[in-house]
Every structure is written in structure tokens, then in C-alpha cells.
Design a protein around this ligand. Structure first.
Ligand SMILES: N[C@@H](CCC(=O)N[C@@H](CS)C(=O)NCC(=O)O)C(=O)O
Length: 255
């Protein structure tokens, strides 16, 4: 059988999606940790796999796959193991609706806050000339802009306010949806839950005024239920940064 190699950073956002999907399916894979904070994703060895210089990427035999959500769908269809898409067309539509909403509208706002609160401060202390050289090696021009803003702390107030607005709205929508059923998009655990958890696992810690057991009981119930899954524990155990270790908040009985 052709081997699977996953190039990923932490179990967080886009990298965590295929990591967790593979683990839920029980697919063995070679894990290549790409240290985003050391700009490994822009080194020639990795650009030979994904010329865009973004993570994650997966190889399956001679196939090279990029785009985290599309990789998850590939993993679900290509390998045996528990189905991660529901049976009915309506529920599959709902899974895809949520994944599109998160990937396109909500995740970029979480990501801007994450870059400004964690990623920027983690790399900012380094030698400015070294950082400029690292930025110059980034293949996508729009990513050069984001990295500069993260490093220099120059996301505008309006940009940050819009991100915070979207995060608040996202929390409301998740809470309402999770009041309707056990899992996010259907009565069975699906790719929408994997996608959503990667975005939302630290919400009670990062947005304590908006999300806690009193204000968002359904969201908290769901976060704890996802975190209780063996594959999720196995996946988050691979986390190396303090950012990802925030998942431990879900071990508290009351938040
Ligand atoms: N749409 C892509 C986005 C990938 C992406 O932006 N990944 C981030 C990490 S979550 C990244 O590579 N950031 C590092 C960089 O842009 O240099 C996907 O879903 O795979």
C-alpha cells in the first residue's frame, strides 16, 4: 500500500485538520513537523512539495495533496475506517456549509488574532535582518504582507475589530447550531467537527467573556465531547507550543 506522509505544524487550524482526520481513520502516516516559527514552510525542500509555501501538505504514494479541507475529504474517501461524512445528502450539505463558512469567513479572523497574539510575539525578538531575509523568501506576496504585520504588530485597529466581531458572531452561531444536535452538522461525528474543533478548542480561554459554561453551554458540551475522543488526545499530544497546550482548559469541569 502506498505510504502517507503529512507535512504539518501543530494540531491547530489547518495543520490539525488532516492530522486528526488521519488519526480518526486509523491511517498510519509519516509525520514531518514543519516548524512554522522557523519558517520551515518556505525552505526549498518543502517548496518542492508545496510551491505555495503553506502547510499542511500530504503525499500519498506519488500523489501530492494540498488544501486542508480537501485533504480531509480525500482521507475520508480513500482509506478504510469510520466514515467521517454522514449518509444523507442534506447532512453532507450541512458539513460542507460549515466547512466553507469556517474556512472562508471565520478562520481568517481567528488566524489574525492568533498571529497577532502568539505568532508575532514568538518570532519578533529575533534579529531584524534575519527576519527580513525570511520574509523575502515567502513565495506568496499576500503572505509577506501578513508576516510583516504579525512581526511588526501592525494589524490595524479596524482589522482587529472586524476579526473580533467575526469571532463573537461565530461563537453565537456555533452555540445556536450545537443546541440543535449532538455534533455540529449531523447526528454523527464528521469532518465539520474536526474542522470546527481545530478552530474552537481554545475559545473558552481566549474569549472568556463570550464563551463559558453559563453563556455557551452547548459549545462547551461539544468541545468536551470532541476532546474526549482518543484520536483527539493522540493528536493534541503532538503539540509542542504553549498555544496548542491551551486545549487543557477543556479538562476543567466548570469554566
Ligand atoms: N487554504 C490553506 C491554507 C493553509 C495555511 O494558510 N496554512 C497556514 C498555517 S494554519 C500557513 O501555512 N501559514 C504559514 C505561512 O503562511 O507562512 C489550507 O487550508 O490548507
Amino acid at each position: 500500500m502506498a505510504g502517507v506522509t503529512l507535512y504539518h505544524w501543530e494540531p491547530n487550524a489547518n495543520s490539525g485538520k488532516p492530522m486528526l482526520a488521519l488519526m480518526e481513520k486509523g491511517v498510519a502516516f509519516d509525520s514531518h513537523y514543519i516548524d512554522m516559527l522557523q519558517f520551515d514552510q518556505h525552505r526549498p525542500e518543502y517548496l518542492a512539495i508545496n510551491p505555495q509555501g503553506t502547510i499542511p501538505a500530504m503525499t500519498h504514494g506519488a500523489r501530492v495533496l494540498v488544501e486542508s479541507t480537501a485533504i480531509m475529504e480525500y482521507v475520508d474517501e480513500e482509506f478504510p475506517g469510520p466514515a467521517l461524512m454522514p449518509d444523507s445528502a442534506r447532512d453532507r450539505w450541512r458539513v460542507r456549509w460549515w466547512m466553507k463558512f469556517m474556512d472562508q469567513w471565520l478562520a481568517p479572523s481567528f488566524s489574525m488574532i492568533g498571529w497577532s497574539v502568539f505568532v508575532g510575539p514568538m518570532v519578533r525578538r529575533r534579529d531584524p535582518a534575519e527576519l527580513e531575509a525570511a520574509i523575502a523568501r515567502i513565495p506568496l506576496p499576500e503572505r509577506r504582507v501578513s508576516w510583516r504585520k504579525a512581526i511588526h504588530g501592525t494589524f490595524s485597529e479596524a482589522e482587529m475589530a472586524e476579526s473580533q466581531r467575526r469571532v463573537a458572531r461565530g461563537i453565537e452561531l456555533l452555540e445556536a447550531e450545537l443546541g440543535k444536535r449532538e455534533w455540529l452538522a449531523s447526528d454523527s461525528y464528521s469532518l465539520a467537527d474536526i474542522n470546527g474543533f481545530n478552530l474552537a478548542y481554545a475559545i473558552p480561554l481566549s474569549q472568556p467573556a463570550l464563551s463559558n459554561d453559563e453563556k455557551t453551554p452547548n459549545l462547551l458540551r461539544w468541545l468536551r465531547a470532541v476532546y474526549a475522543r482518543p484520536a483527539v488526545k493522540q493528536c493534541w499530544a503532538l503539540g509542542r507550543t504553549d498555544m496548542v497546550k491551551r486545549v487543557a482548559i477543556l479538562e476543567q469541569e466548570r469554566i
